[in-house]
Design a binder for this molecule. Sequence first.
Ligand SMILES: Nc1ncnc2c1ncn2[C@@H]1O[C@H](COP(=O)(O)OP(=O)(O)OP(=O)(O)O)[C@@H](O)[C@H]1O
Ligand SMILES: [Mg+2]
Length: 379
Amino acid sequence: MKGIRVPTNPKSLLELTDAALSADYTRVRRVVTSIAKDLEKSGHQNEAKELRALIRKRGVPLRASGYVETLPVDAKSRLPLVEERPWPDTPIFLNEDAWRVFKDIIADVQHLDDLSKKGLSTRLGLLLSGPPGTGKTLLAGHLASQLNRPFYVLRLDSVISSLLGDTAKNVRSVFDYVQGKNALLLLDEMDALAKLRDDKHELGELKRVVNTVIQGLDELDPAAIVVGATNHPHLLDAAIWRRFPYKIELNSPDTAVRTDMWKHFLFADDDKENVSNLLGGLSGGMSGADIESIGLTARRHAVIDKRSIDIGTVAAAIVANQAGKSSLPQRQQLDSEQKKAVATVLKEKFSLSNADIGRLLNITRQGVRSYFLHDDGGA
Ligand SMILES: Nc1ncnc2c1ncn2[C@@H]1O[C@H](COP(=O)(O)OP(=O)(O)OP(=O)(O)O)[C@@H](O)[C@H]1O
Ligand SMILES: [Mg+2]
């Protein structure tokens, strides 16, 4: 930046000096980010780029300065407002559309420097929407892990349940905290923002918090990745919605994804009989979290009782779930009454063949046929 006349805003110069002298690197980065923005606006693209590259590359010299950062906490409860989570150690199963967007954003991050040199970089914001237990939080963790970024989670619901009026301050302090950390910040449970609309809170409070989130998003350095997660995307403020150019809808997994999930969670990827296909077909509408808990429970029982996995109890649990009763596999084998009841549902509701019913319940085809002798003449 030699020899150019940069329009200096005296206020930011003051703030920058103050932040630097108090070793507040978070604030230094924030002020520098906003100076870079001013530079860009006034036509100094190259200088803005250099400044941004500088704050992206230089780590915070924590030890050298003796300056130790602690997690921001809520003033009243003293609970941390943001947590750093470990990267996930279980795989994620996604359909092709979701994988595509996931890979797109990874490619964008990996080519950030090239793209921004050409003025083509976009905001690194990804909005994940979908019902509970469909892998939103998990996906954000995988993104952080793929990109080698620290994974910070701000749960908007917990930030909001604090003292009225402190919410915006809390949100602000989390954005300040992650600034310059080259992190991935997950704004989890964003519906909580919309819930502020209820009559307990004044509308002014909602506006203040939403504005703080927007301002936080706008002031983050461009290399920061922000992932938002919500169950109800339609309740989100339009201004927030627009700040996430990438979107992934995580609905209930489709048949192929469910089959992969059964293979992994129930059979630990060792499904020689190919039963996962059948279970994938039966479990429409169930979430990844449902499949995981049923699969792992059945596997636990097998280990405890030193036997192979009892698929019959799994099928019974699926059938119960499909009837609206959330249920896990029972530990003891199904008795013949239970088998008959499950077989009837598998036949009538899912149109399974006697052979497939027999495979799931571990009975012969004749055995299955005998269940239906009275009902349909032994088909
Ligand atoms: N698509 C998936 N692939 C692999 N595992 C999954 C998937 N969806 C859910 N799971 C399992 O279910 C658990 C819960 O998922 P997660 O917490 O990511 O759901 P969520 O969408 O964030 O739910 P909520 O809206 O309740 O926060 C995961 O830790 C994982 O074990
Ligand atoms: Mg979640």
